[in-house]
Design a protein around this ligand. Structure first.
Ligand SMILES: NC(=O)c1ccc[n+]([C@@H]2O[C@H](COP(=O)([O-])OP(=O)(O)OC[C@H]3O[C@@H](n4cnc5c(N)ncnc54)[C@H](OP(=O)(O)O)[C@@H]3O)[C@@H](O)[C@H]2O)c1
Length: 306
């Protein structure tokens, strides 16, 4: 099959090439992939994967062979799903527990952005507990996870503070529902109940300091690639515990189908927008990697398999 394969000589270490066709296991359908999406995590894994490997978490397409155990949707169904690898291939064997049927009217390319980015945002916010009337701060709000976190927190009834790195990357965050948009954290002074942190480093430290008593920082990622050094004593003194909680939305979770179902229903109802900052044929992967890797991407990158 054709696939975006890891090539240490290619820009972004990914190029269109050939890879063996996947062989589905008993609980897997075979999907003809029509779209995939690029996440920050794939840049990380492209640096570490072996030449020729097919990475990629998200993929949306059409079922071309049913699962031999009888689970999952039939041939011709439009589906989207997650797996740890294989999303950048023209064919993908997908666990039926890790995919969902895409409703009519939802663009398959937009659906391809949901498993990692929107799924992680949803998981982070749910871990934080009820959000109605609470103050939620999202760092890296211009990014893939961040753009969905802003919207989902708004839908849940929170007052949302969206933090971006520049005026340019802050554009469009109010339209996603943010009540306040801040450039960096220096101007944010009112305590918040929940932080969804995708940046790490100094922003994690500053956001933790803003947490109200009993609040939680949901640690999604470390986009800044910098360590976070908490000042001495900063974790002490709050009457109720202030937590730093890790967020995990990778393989091995049992609620992926239900999570995707909910996200797709929100998109189908027009209540959740997919902020697409880059879309193009998959042979233009170098452009997408460049935009994401150099912080010029706002929202998600969709790769069309052509
Ligand atoms: N825990 C999990 O299961 C899970 C799942 C998905 C993603 N993640 C992690 O979460 C993080 C965000 O993922 P994503 O896909 O949303 O990434 P993304 O689209 O690149 O968004 C990250 C945002 O962070 C901001 N940022 C601040 N400093 C940065 C720096 N030095 N370099 C790059 N970006 C910087 C950027 O916004 P500004 O330019 O506006 O500052 C960017 O929009 C990554 O570390 C990823 O690996 C974890």
């Amino acid at each position: 099959m054709r696939a975006l394969i890891v090539d240490p000589e290619a820009p972004g270490r990914l190029r269109l090439g050939e890879a063996p066709d996947p062989i589905p296991g008993p609980g897997q359908v075979l999907v003809e992939v029509r779209h995939t999406s690029l996440n920050a995590a794939e840049l990380f894994f492209a640096e570490r994967a072996e030449p020729g490997e097919v990475i990629g978490f998200d993929a949306a397409g059409v079922v071309v062979a049913v699962a031999s155990d009888g689970s999952g949707p039939g041939v011709g169904s439009r589906v989207v799903g997650f797996a740890e690898g294989g999303g950048f291939g023209a064919l993908r064997a997908m666990d039926t527990a890790d995919l969902a049927v895409v409703p009519d009217g939802v663009d398959l390319g937009e659906a391809a952005t949901l498993p990692v980015a929107a799924g992680t945002a949803l998981r982070a916010l749910e871990q934080a507990g009820p959000l109605l009337g609470r103050r939620v701060l999202v760092t890296g709000a211009s990014g893939g996870v961040g753009g969905f976190a802003v919207q989902l927190a708004t839908l849940a009834g929170a007052y949302v503070v969206a933090v971006a790195g520049s005026e340019e990357s802050a554009r469009g965050l109010s339209e996603l529902g943010a009540d306040e948009v801040a450039i960096g954290l220096d101007t944010v002074t009112v305590p918040v109940d929940v932080v969804v942190d995708t940046v790490g480093g100094d922003q994690l430290v500053a956001a933790y300091a803003l947490l109200a008593s009993g609040g939680s920082l949901q640690s999604v990622g470390w986009a800044a690639g910098r360590e976070a050094v908490l000042p001495v004593g900063s974790t002490l003194g709050s009457p109720a515990p202030k937590a730093i909680v890790s967020v995990y939305n990778g393989g091995g979770l049992t609620d992926r189908h239900a999570q995707l179902r909910r996200l797709l229903d929100l998109v189908a109802a027009g209540r959740l927008r997919v902020p697409v900052g880059w879309r193009g044929p998959w042979d233009k992967i170098a452009d997408a990697v460049d935009a994401l890797g150099n912080r010029r991407l706002r929202g998600k990158a969709v790769l069309d398999v052509e």
